[in-house]
Design a protein around this ligand. Structure first.
Ligand code: SAM
Ligand code: DTB
Ligand code: SF4
Length: 331
C-alpha cells in the first residue's frame, strides 16, 4: 500500500480543531481516504473482552458501574479461575477473534497472588495463539515487565477525557497517574491501547484536547478505543443524554486522521447503534470492535458474536488476522 499521509507527533490543538470542525461529509471523506492509505478497509479486528474480576472497585470514576461506592445492581465477582478464562479464550479464538482482552476492576495491580494468577492467564492465552491484552488499572514498570515476559501483547489504559476535565470525572487519581502507567507500559515494550469516552458532559474542546494528548505521544497508541458513555443506573452520569452517533463518527474520523497507523476501536455504544450507524463509524476509519459470547462488554450489553459476524458479512467486511499469523502465512 502506498502511504501518502505521514505519521506526525507534532500536531497543534488548532490543527486538530480544524480537522474536527470540518463539515461532517468532508471529514468522513478525508478519514476514509487516510484509512485506505494505511489499512485494508475490508478488515475489522475482532477483540473479545472478558471481565475477569467484576465490581467492588475503590475508585470513583463517575461513569463506571463497577465502582463500589455507587448503588448499581452489578454482581461482584472475584477473580475468575484460570481454567475458566482459558476456556473463554479458546471459544473466542474459535469464533474468529484475534485478540483477547482481560479486564479487572482494580485501581492498580498489587504484587500478590491474584497478580500471579493473571500472569498464568496471560501465558495460557498467549499459548492459544491469541494477541493477549489486559486492563488492570495502574501498573509499575516492574509489573509491566513481568506481564511482557509472560507474553502480554497490549495493555489498555484510557485517558478517558481531557486533562482539564479529568478531575470532574474522577477524584481518586490524576491524569498524570494515567500517563505514568502508559509510559511504564511503553518502557516494558508492550503495545499501548489508549483512548477515551465521549458523553461525560465534556465540550468539543475537551474531546480535541484528549486526541491532542494521544496524537502527540512520542509513539501513537497502537489501539485507540473510542467509547460512547454506557449510562449505568446508579452512577452519577446515569441521566446524561445518549451520545449521538454523528458525534462518535466525528471523534472516530478525527482520531483516524491524526493517528493514521493506529487501530481505532468502536468500543462502548454499539448496542445503541443499528448496522447503518456502525457502518458510518467503519467508513470514518474505525477498524476494530469488542465482541464476546456473553453479549456484554464488562457489565453493560453489547451485540453478540453471531450478530456481529452477520453484520460484517452484510457490510462486506471480514475479521482481521493476528499480525503474527499474517507474517507466518507470507513465508
Ligand atoms: N479498572 C481499570 C481502569 O480503570 O483502567 C480497567 C477497567 S476500566 C472498566 C477500562 C475502561 O473502560 C475505562 O478506562 C473507561 O474508559 C471504560 N469504561 C468504563 N465504564 C464505562 C462506561 N460506562 N461507558 C463507557 N466506557 C466505560
Ligand atoms: C475500553 O476502552 N472499553 C472497554 C475496555 N476498554 C475495557 C470497556 C467498556 C466498558 C463499558 C461499560 C461496561 O460494560 O462496564
Ligand atoms: Fe475502577 Fe476502572 Fe471502573 Fe474506575 S473505570 S471505577 S478504576 S473499574
Amino acid at each position: 500500500m502506498d502511504k501518502k499521509t505521514k505519521l506526525r507527533n507534532d500536531w497543534t490543538k488548532q490543527e486538530i480543531e480544524e480537522i474536527f470542525n470540518q463539515p461532517l461529509m468532508s471529514l468522513i471523506y478525508q478519514a476514509a481516504t487516510v484509512h485506505r492509505e494505511w489499512h485494508n478497509p475490508e478488515e475489522i479486528q475482532i477483540s473479545t473482552l472478558l471481565s475477569i474480576k467484576t465490581g467492588g472497585c475503590v475508585e470513583d470514576c463517575s461513569y463506571c458501574g463497577q465502582a463500589a461506592r455507587y448503588h448499581t445492581n452489578i454482581k461482584v465477582q472475584a477473580l475468575l479461575p484460570t481454567e475458566k478464562v482459558i476456556e473463554h479464550a479458546q471459544k473466542a479464538k474459535d469464533s474468529g477473534s484475534s485478540r483477547f482482552c482481560m479486564a479487572a476492576a482494580w485501581r492498580e495491580v498489587r504484587n500478590n497472588r491474584d497478580f500471579d494468577r493473571v500472569i498464568d492467564m496471560v501465558k495460557g492465552v498467549n499459548e492459544l495463539g491469541l494477541e493477549v491484552c489486559c486492563t488492570l488499572g495502574m501498573l509499575t514498570e516492574e509489573q509491566a515487565i513481568r506481564l511482557e515476559e509472560a507474553g502480554l501483547y497490549a495493555y489498555n489504559h484510557n485517558l478517558d477525557t481531557s486533562e482539564q476535565y479529568y478531575e470532574e470525572i474522577i477524584s481518586t487519581r490524576t491524569f498524570d497517574n494515567r500517563i505514568n502507567t502508559i509510559n511504564n507500559v511503553r518502557k516494558a515494550g508492550i503495545t499501548v491501547c489508549s483512548g477515551g469516552i465521549i458523553g461525560l458532559g465534556e465540550t468539543n474542546g475537551d474531546r480535541i484536547s484528549m486526541l491532542l494528548t494521544l496524537a502527540t505521544m512520542p509513539k501513537h497508541p497502537e489501539s485507540v478505543p473510542i467509547n460512547a458513555l454506557a449510562r449505568v443506573p446508579g452512577t452519577p452520569l446515569e441521566n446524561n443524554p445518549k451520545v449521538d452517533t454523528w458525534e462518535m463518527v466525528r471523534m472516530i474520523a478525527t482520531a483516524r486522521i491524526v493517528m493514521p497507523s493506529s487501530m481505532v476501536r468502536l468500543s462502548a455504544g454499539r448496542i445503541e447503534m443499528d448496522e447503518t450507524e456502525q457502518a458510518w463509524c467503519f467508513m470514518a476509519g474505525a477498524n476494530s470492535i469488542f465482541t464476546g459470547e456473553r453479549e456484554t462488554l464488562l457489565v453493560t450489553p453489547n451485540p453478540g458474536v453471531s450478530e456481529d459476524m452477520q453484520m460484517l458479512t452484510t457490510l462486506g467486511l471480514r475479521p482481521k488476522k493476528r499480525a503474527e499469523e499474517v507474517w507466518m502465512n507470507s513465508l
